[in-house]
Design a protein. Structure first.
Length: 148
């Protein structure tokens, strides 16, 4: 049926809409992954900062600095004096380093997987190309015409 005068244009409300392609959804999913990772790391840093402030009686700035150094694997920047603060910092070291590593894998994992698949595909294509070339070089030449 031909488009009539009463049909709404394709960009008008109520008109046909194109569904977003999978490629247009990828960046949105990527930024959701980044946001979730940064949010998780921020939550762990906040818990560590408030916990160290309460248990070690250090300022919020020093507690944040201490937790940041633990989360990045640099180690404690200054010694803690109470047993409770040492135990808390030890537990938070495992949690915070784990959250940073998990966040990196969560964000970069899909990209690494995609690069891996593309690399395997290229290697397989190259192997098939070399096999065809090898087979052509091993085939005996066809008849050359009448001999002498």
């Amino acid at each position: 049926m031909a488009a009539g005068a009463n049909d709404p244009p394709s960009n008008a409300p109520g008109g046909p809409r194109a569904e977003p392609s999978a490629g247009s959804r990828r960046p949105r999913r990527y930024w959701h992954r980044v946001g979730a990772s940064v949010g998780a790391i921020g939550l762990v840093l906040a818990i560590g900062t408030f916990g160290l402030h309460a248990l070690a009686s250090v300022s919020y700035l020093n507690a944040f600095y201490f937790e940041s150094m633990l989360a990045t694997g640099q180690g404690p920047p200054f010694p803690l004096t109470t047993g409770a603060s040492k135990l808390f910092a030890s537990a938070m070291a495992f949690v915070s380093v784990g959250s940073v590593v998990t966040g990196l894998v969560f964000v970069l994992g899909p990209l690494a997987g995609r690069l891996w698949r593309e690399g395997i595909q290229k290697a397989e294509e190259e192997a098939r190309r070399l096999e065809r070339r090898w087979e052509r070089s091993r085939d005996p030449p066809g008849p050359r015409g009448p001999g002498p």
